[in-house]
Design a protein around this ligand. Structure first.
Ligand code: BF8
Length: 655
């Protein structure tokens, strides 16, 4: 059981958690309590229900059954379950990517009133990369060919994914030797599912390699395509200022929250919310305007491109509604708790599901289709406005917290930024690392998980990394956690970063923690490390770079896929909780040790965020030594204090 005062490191969330308890409104942490004790077999990965001779489970103490009815061992069952979970994540990202390409095709064919091609530079760049003629042709013509080519990557039946050509030579060699070079996005996911069927693949190592291949098809395929095409369709993000946390909700405006993942819907809602007719309608209802905010990765998408404020991350979706001022929440796909539908019984909020793929009992379904995007978006905004007069003033409670941030960094500008406007290259970043002013680079990403103090693990880890002069790049709910704590503001460098990182941040005016987008935008981290390899001087393949990854509060299947493609691309990655593989010592060792021989990188499991940060720092220092780089320019004393725990307890006591 997570004690109430330990439920969140974010004071705004703690306030709303306490409020929910007083109002006897059950939220995620209460439902977690009701689930205790959770299934130990499931946590270890040794429960199989892939056929109706089961469910079977293996006795982890070696006293009971050591095989399922079919004869599958713990090693097989664990590897098979890992693969099934990962495929759910890879499919979610990749299906999202496919939808964005469909929207590009509509824009290219002039069949959409909502989508226009805004990222012309990126369109032309990709056309050149993929060999699509561009000269003398307009954007629509080029985009049509590009959309056709990219849709082919999902259904590709022969050869390997086109984006494998982006991968450094050493990684390509590793993948070829392990037989995991991704072929086609759909193919690698479907083949993976086939492998998990009873009586198909029973070799645990082979099953794990099936996971790697599907994950690479996601990272270098589905997710990377989603990012590239979003940039073409909606424009490449630019560094932009905004605000994060529940305090962005306004009592005197219509509050509309978009929650989920796909920018095809949220981008159009941004446009619709600015429609003068709808703004006038809001005013006629007594509101001062329309306040749009986001939750989860949809928030990140419209934050990156429009500076729309972020109301919160995954574990704040219920808390936002409990403020009593959310007039409508529009959801699409992924990370949407079905529980929010029930909150409509206690609060005036109306929740609309919109995806043909995702319906929720209790929500009103207004289906969104790309070819009538603007019409649907306006309808949803109007419904939010019409619900504004239904607020119950006695139930309104908005936490005051909202923190300033800068977001909107991309592979194209993230480090060229370090070179300044007149010297756009990765050279200054590589120079900074070579000299030891920046010790290395860490990607800290992923979810919240009700089993751990909300946000605490992200904050403690990221603070420890930047204190040790490691530049941090972020996506997803991790980025939102750090934004709420002020780590995405330039001032954070003075307050939290080590001397070397501070010097860099001061010189170029960037925060020590760079927000690069939603979870599909983890592909930006892949393309950034490719640029670092190309620039040279800090390793001629990804596995040699002083670069690490982490997901300190992960919970979704997408995170399994992300972790797997990051590790298999050569980046050491620490996660908490551990993958559900501990029922098989063989599979655990394969992932955390033997992978080094296959991919030059491994997974690591570590619950303590400071210890985890030091695994990452040690790894970076080892890579620096292997490269013959000097030690970090500034020595940083080891100070394992868990700052957030103390702050959380104080915040809880103050309530
Ligand atoms: O895709 S970080 S809780 S919102 S799964 Fe979900 Fe996890 Fe948040 Fe974004 Ni990513």
């Amino acid at each position: 059981m997570v004690e109430r005062k330990q439920r969140s490191a974010d004071p705004a969330s703690l306030e709303m958690i306490n409020f929910a308890c007083e109002a006897e409104v059950p939220i995620a942490w209460d439902r977690l309590d009701a689930q205790e004790p959770q299934c130990g077999f499931g946590r270890l990965g040794i429960c199989c229900r892939n056929c109706t001779m089961g469910p079977c489970r293996i006795d982890p103490f070696g006293e009971g059954a050591d095989r399922g009815v079919c004869g599958a061992t713990a090693d097989t069952i664990v590897a098979r379950n890992l693969l099934r979970g990962l495929l759910g994540g890879a499919a979610a990202h990749s299906d999202h990517g496919r939808d964005i390409v469909h929207a590009l095709a509509l824009a290219a064919e002039g069949k959409s009133d909502a989508y226009k091609i805004k990222g012309t530079v990126k369109l032309r760049k990709l056309a050149e990369e993929y060999g699509i003629p561009s000269e003398g042709r307009n954007d629509q013509e080029v985009a049509k060919d590009l959309a056709h080519l990219l849709l082919g990557e999902f259904g590709r039946q022969e050869g390997v994914l086109a984006n494998v050509a982006r991968v450094p030579e050493q990684q390509q060699k590793f993948w070829a030797a392990a037989g995991v070079t991704p072929r086609g996005v759909d193919q690698d996911i479907v083949t993976g599912m086939h492998m998990t069927h009873i009586g198909v693949d029973n070799d645990p190592e082979h099953l794990v390699m099936g996971s790697v291949r599907a994950a690479l098809a996601d990272g270098w395929g589905g997710s990377m395509i989603a990012t590239d095409v979003s940039d073409i369709l909606f424009g490449e993000p630019q560094p932009t200022r905004s605000l994060a946390n529940l305090g962005v909700l306004n009592e005197d405006e219509v509050n509309l929250i978009v929650h989920g993942h796909e920018p095809t819907l949220s981008e159009v809602i941004v446009a619709a919310a600015g429609d003068p007719e709808l703004v006038a309608l809001a005013e006629s209802k007594g509101a001062k305007g329309i306040n749009l905010a986001g939750i989860c990765c949809t928030a990140n998408e419209i934050l990156m491109r429009h500076g729309i404020p972020v109301a919160g991350n995954f574990l704040q979706q219920e808390l936002a509604i409990i403020t009593g001022v959310v007039d409508a929440m529009v959801v699409d796909v992924q990370c949407i708790m079905p529980a929010i539908a029930r909150l409509q019984e206690c609060f005036h909020t109306k929740i609309f599901s919109t995806s043909p793929k995702a319906k929720f009992p209790g929500m009103t379904h207004i289906e969104f289709h790309e070819d009538e995007a603007m019409e649907t978006a306006k309808k949803l905004v109007r419904l939010a406005i019409e619900n504004f007069p239904n607020r119950n003033a006695s139930k309104v409670r908005i936490p005051k917290e909202k923190e300033g941030l800068i977001a909107g960094f991309t592979t194209e500008d993230i480090f060229t930024f370090l070179g300044g406007r007149y010297r756009p290259s990765y050279r200054p970043l590589c120079d900074g690392i070579q000299a030891g002013r920046i010790r290395g680079l860490a990607g800290v990403v992923g979810c919240n998980n009700a089993k751990f103090t909300h946000d605490r693990y992200h904050l403690e880890m990221v603070k420890e990394l930047i204190r040790n002069d490691i530049l941090v790049v972020q996506t997803g709910c991790s980025a939102i956690a750090c934004a709420k704590a002020g780590l995405l503001a330039p001032e954070a460098a003075e307050k939290y970063a080590g001397n070397g990182l501070q010097e860099i941040c001061r010189a170029v005016g960037i925060p020590p923690v760079l927000h690069v987008g939603s979870c599909v935008d983890n592909s930006r981290i892949l393309t950034a490390v490719v640029e670092m390899v190309k620039e040279g001087g800090i390793g001629d393949s990804i596995d040699k770079l002083p670069v690490v990854g982490a997901a300190p509060e992960w919970m979704s299947e997408k995170a399994i896929s992300i972790g797997m493609y990051v590790v298999a691309s050569g980046i050491f990655t620490v996660v908490n909780p551990p993958l559900p593989v501990r029922g098989s010592r063989y599979v655990e060792e394969l992932l955390t040790k033997t992978f080094e021989d296959y991919f030059g990188a491994t997974w690591a499991f570590e619950e303590d965020p400071i210890e985890a940060a030091h695994l990452m720092i040690d790894h970076i220092d080892r890579k620096r030594r292997d490269l013959g780089l000097p030690p970090p320019m500034y020595e940083v004393p080891y100070a394992p204090k868990t700052v957030e725990t103390i702050e959380t307890a104080e915040a809880a006591a103050a309530l």
